[in-house]
Design a protein. Structure first.
Length: 351
C-alpha cells in the first residue's frame, strides 16, 4: 500500500469512529449546468393506509429485527437525522423541474427498503412500514449462514411486480475490516472489471436462493417486472444480483428496474463502465452527506456507475444528477458518519 493510500485509509477510519454531531449543511455553489437527456419517470401503485402484506407462499426462516448483515458499510443506520420531507419541487441539476411521480417513486421504494429491517416470516408485523402495499405476498425471506446476507422476495399481482430487497449493515468492526478495499475479478465483464471482495462474497452467499426463486416466479408470472432494491451494503448486493439476472436469465430494462439507497462504490472504473454499457435502469439515491456512497474512496481505484439522485438537504430538495461522480451533486459536500436508515428515504412519518 502506497503512503498516499495509507493516509486516505487513516482519514476514513477516523471519520468512521468520530462521534456523530450535527454538521451544518452549507449549500455548495453550483457549477455550470449540465446538458442532459431527462430520464423517464417511474410510476407506482397508490398507497393505502389500512392494508397489510399477506402471508408467504414459501415459509422460510424468520428475519431478526434490525440485525445487520456482515461485510457492512452502513454506519449508525438506526440513528435518525431530522425528519425528512422530500420536496415536491425536485429538479435536475440544470434547474429543470422533475415530475412529482419521480419523487413518489423514490419514497415508495424507500419504504420497501425499510421493510427489510422488519421481523417477520409468515406474518408481516412491522407496523406502518407494511402499510401501502395492498395485495403484496411474501414469497421468501433469506438470512445466509456465511455473510448474513438478509432480505426478502415479494410479489404483487395487482401491480405485476416482483420485489427483491436486501438489508444493509451497521457493524463498525466489519466496516473497518472492509477498509482493506480488496478487489476480486468480475469475470462476466471481460474488460478488466474488478469489484469489492466483501460485496462479492455477500452476493455469492445469497445468489442461489435469490436467483432460483426469482427465475421461478418470473416464469410463473409472465409480463411481471422485477424490482431490485437495497440499502447500503444491500445496495451493492442488489446491483451484483441484477447483473447476474441480466447475464444468466436474460432480464433487461424492459422487465427489471433497480432502486438503491446509500449505495457504496462497488468496483473499479472498468466495472462502472460495464454496468453503464448494459442500458439497465439504475436509480441510486443518496441522502444529504451520507458517508457510505463515498466509500470505498476513488483514490483506492473505485468508481460509481450512473445514475445519482441526491436528496440535497434537510428540506428534502431532490436533484437528479447528470454525470457519473458529479461534482455538483453529493460529491460537492464533505461526507460524515451519518448513514441514514432507509426509513427516512420513505415518508416523513415513518421513522
Amino acid at each position: 500500500m502506497t503512503p498516499l493510500k495509507l493516509l486516505a485509509l487513516i482519514v476514513t477510519v477516523l471519520l468512521a469512529v468520530q462521534p456523530i454531531t450535527a454538521i451544518p449543511h452549507k449549500k455548495p455553489s453550483r457549477q455550470k449546468p449540465h446538458k442532459e437527456n431527462k430520464p423517464k419517470s417511474s410510476t407506482t401503485s397508490k398507497s393505502s393506509t389500512n392494508s397489510s402484506i399477506l402471508t408467504g407462499e414459501h415459509p422460510t426462516q424468520k428475519l431478526s429485527e434490525d440485525v445487520p448483515q456482515a461485510h457492512g458499510l452502513a454506519l449508525n443506520w438506526t440513528t435518525s437525522v431530522s425528519t425528512l420531507t422530500i420536496n415536491r419541487n425536485a429538479r435536475f441539476n440544470d434547474g429543470v423541474a422533475v415530475l412529482t411521480s419521480t419523487v413518489n417513486t423514490i419514497q415508495f421504494f424507500g419504504r420497501l427498503a425499510a421493510v427489510a429491517y422488519c421481523d417477520f416470516v409468515n406474518t408481516f408485523t412491522c407496523g406502518s412500514y407494511c402499510n401501502g402495499f395492498p395485495g403484496t405476498v411474501i414469497v421468501k425471506t433469506f438470512n445466509t449462514p456465511k455473510t448474513s446476507t438478509i432480505g426478502y422476495i415479494a410479489r404483487n399481482d395487482g401491480s405485476k411486480a416482483i420485489y427483491v430487497t436486501y438489508r444493509g449493515s451497521s457493524n463498525l468492526v466489519n466496516f473497518i475490516y472492509d477498509l482493506q478495499f480488496s478487489f476480486d475479478d468480475y469475470s462476466p465483464a471481460k474488460n478488466g472489471a474488478r469489484v469489492h471482495s466483501g460485496f462479492l462474497a455477500s452476493y455469492r452467499d445469497a445468489r442461489d436462493i435469490v436467483y432460483n426463486t426469482v427465475v421461478d416466479q418470473m416464469a410463473k408470472h409472465p409480463g411481471y417486472t422485477l424490482y431490485m432494491i437495497g440499502h447500503s451494503l444491500g445496495s451493492a448486493v442488489a446491483v451484483l444480483q441484477t447483473l447476474d439476472f441480466y447475464n444468466n436469465a436474460g432480464y433487461n430494462n424492459r422487465n427489471m428496474i433497480i432502486y438503491t439507497f446509500g449505495q457504496p462504490r462497488i468496483g473499479n472504473p472498468a466495472f462502472a463502465s460495464y454496468v453503464d454499457s448494459l442500458g439497465l435502469s439504475f436509480h441510486r439515491t443518496i441522502n444529504q452527506n451520507d458517508i457510505v456512497p463515498h466509500v470505498p474512496p476513488m483514490l483506492f481505484g473505485y468508481k460509481h456507475h450512473t445514475s445519482e439522485t441526491w436528496i440535497e438537504d434537510s428540506q428534502g430538495d431532490v436533484v437528479l444528477c447528470s454525470t457519473v461522480e458529479d461534482s455538483s451533486c453529493s460529491n460537492s459536500v464533505i461526507p460524515w458518519t451519518t448513514s441514514p436508515s432507509p426509513k427516512i428515504f420513505a415518508e416523513p412519518d415513518l421513522r
